[in-house]
Design a protein around this ligand. Structure first.
Ligand SMILES: [Zn+2]
Length: 380
């Protein structure tokens, strides 16, 4: 329970790992799964291929939906595997409403790499479309509903490939545009700004189109467009902010920004005192646990959350802390950009800075963010 992973934003569940990549499902995914399943089983299949019983439609709908979402996963995996081939670590893929997001631990190093990583996704969708189309051909002669499932899958993969080629960041097409712009101007920041602005414009257009549809009576497809538009807008904003943050952290040595007067807690401290004398007093979200100058682990505020106030008097810090792991430690000569990449990878909001087994400081997401803000103020 007292895991640093508790610090991650709620709203996604972890499934399994493929090639070292964590596959997670965003909760929005369940809504979309249900919507697609319903639309196929109660709408599209019975309307287009009448004559089967309800159960058969739902079975066909379920198979089609499952394979559709597998196609989305394959699309995302193709990005990730290409990124890994180009030397970029991919800690996680999260499947969202319309497709997925591969969490890159760093930005591609050059436009060529960006182009390769972004193009392989739509290409794999088109390849899947061909494969499903061939399966439909092979199965022709069998019950028409079975063939229809594969026709649908072929068509939906074409749609997926085309949708992702829309030239707005962070969609694949936007990344292609960014790569070309980057290659032409030599500035990743400018290129990201341009691709993001196009992405935002596109997302607003989607929302307006959706609103128009809602007013003209097409409630579901209208809501769908508004939903995707809102989602895209949020993503493109976050993508740009992240880049700006990464840029201003590059080349800055960790030791210049790290906190050196680190407040530590002893392992034998009862939780009620930890809450009162540390969390509420210092208002930090976590503290290193130290005994005899040795770091034993980290205790975060989320670790205390589930413990009732009676139990807090009886439970000690040592019982709920996250034991020290190598991933929570960073060397003092690392850069701030490396620290951020590590925090993203490990879902940690603080790292211990250690030299030769000794803690020399701590770096937190909050302090990184403050550093970026101050730097932005100074530069404008
Ligand atoms: Zn993609």
């Amino acid at each position: 329970m007292a895991d640093m992973a508790d610090e991650r934003p709620r709203g996604a569940i972890r499934l399994f790992r493929i090639a070292g990549i964590r596959i997670s499902l965003d909760f929005s995914w369940f809504i979309v799964f249900a919507l697609v399943l319903f639309a196929l089983s109660a709408g599209y299949f019975p309307r287009t291929y009448p004559g089967y019983d309800t159960q058969t439609y739902w079975l066909a709908g379920f198979v089609a939906t499952l394979l559709f979402f597998s196609s989305v996963l394959i699309h995302e995996l193709s990005h990730s595997l290409m990124a890994i081939r180009c030397g970029i670590e991919i800690p996680e893929i999260t499947l969202f409403i319309f497709g997925g997001v591969s969490k890159l631990s760093e930005e591609p190093k050059d436009p060529r790499t960006e182009l390769k990583i972004s193009l392989v996704g739509p290409l794999s969708s088109f390849a899947l479309a061909v494969v499903f189309g061939l399966v439909a051909k092979i199965l022709s002669g069998l019950p028409i509903l079975l063939v229809a499932v594969f026709h649908y899958l072929s068509w939906i993969n074409v749609a997926l490939g085309v949708f992702n080629l829309i030239p707005g960041f962070p969609l694949d097409g936007g990344r292609v545009l960014r790569a070309i712009w980057w290659w032409k101007t030599g500035s990743l920041t400018r290129a990201t700004k341009v691709a993001t602005d196009i992405g935002k414009t596109f997302s607003v257009a989607l929302m307006i189109l959706g609103a128009l549809q809602i007013f003209s009576g097409m409630l579901i497809s209208g809501l769908w467009l508004v939903f995707i538009g809102m989602f895209l807008r949020g993503m493109s904003e976050r993508g740009y902010e992240e880049l700006i943050i990464r840029k201003s952290l590059e080349g800055v040595p960790l030791r210049e920004v790290m906190i050196t007067d680190v407040v530590t807690v002893p392992p034998s401290l009862p939780l009620n005192q930890l809450v009162h004398d540390y969390f509420l007093h210092y208002t930090y979200r976590g503290f290193p646990v130290v005994a005899d100058h040795a770091v034993l682990g980290l205790v975060s505020v989320t670790a205390v959350r589930g413990v009732s106030s009676e139990d807090q008097a009886k439970t000690m810090v040592a019982d709920v802390m996250t034991p020290l792991r190598e991933d929570l430690v960073i060397a003092a000569d690392a850069s701030l950009a490396e620290a951020l990449s590590r925090m993203v990878q490990e879902d940690a909001d603080r790292l211990l800075v250690m030299t030769e087994g000794r803690m020399v400081g701590m770096i937190t997401k909050t302090s990184l963010l403050r550093f970026v803000q101050i730097k932005q103020i100074l530069e404008t």
